[in-house]
Design a protein around this ligand. Sequence first.
Ligand code: MLY
Length: 265
Amino acid sequence: ATDSFSWEQYLKETSSTPAPPGCFRQSRVPPSNDFKVGMKLEAHDPRNSTSVCIATVMGMTGVRLRLRLDGSDNSNDFWRLVDSSDIQPIGTCEKNGDMLQPPLGFRMNASSWPMFLLRTLNGAEMAPVAAFKKEPLRPPQNLFKPGMKLEAVDKKNPYLICPATIGDVRGDEVFVMFDGWRGAFDYWCKYDSRDIFPMGWCSLTKHSLQPPGNSVTLPKSLQVLPSSPSKPSRRSMQSPYRLPTPLPALPVRKGVRGRRPKSET
Ligand code: MLY
């Protein structure tokens, strides 16, 4: 179902328009991904952004890297773009006169950090300097408007990028609503967030794009009958968005679900 989603058709079905590329802090021409699984680099600890740690590329999808901080457990992996300013070549920290830090939740005794670091870096494959791309500039202002469509990282499942809609705009922030998921995954973020992309980004960068969810409240006449009478499974929540008839455009209500978190990154 993942590859059956077509923006062209979906925009027609929802009579909507995409957010122009100039709204986003993303390169017009996506960078290349020159990293390899296993390479090491320096990364800001997402849970403690002032400290720079050693990270290993555990995997990648498109131009996004799945990273794990060395000395951390395997349940705190995070994703960064190859042109993120949160990552840098090994040696950068030292060049700046700083010290590499153990990650928050370092699994060993703090006193074993210097030796752990030495062993971690000894013989490690370091990501080449050329693999790190310059972070694009932020657009000078928030140009998003409610109703615009985009592709956005699902922060609860950060390996997923999904079709989304701008639900609201307040100052420097936008409310990202995930199409077909009834608000369960929506969030506020800064307009220059690196987690939001113009329509077509996934296809350009060979990242998979999830189809919209099917959790829209439809008139009875349009509802798809479940093939078996069993209770809906988690799996069925992910079924393709395809519906028997083109959907009427869903009204974009300004300020819906407008709970603002204390802070967002
Ligand atoms: N395991 C999750 C996956 C939901 C993903 C939603 N994203 C794509 C907005 C679930 O079924 O709840």
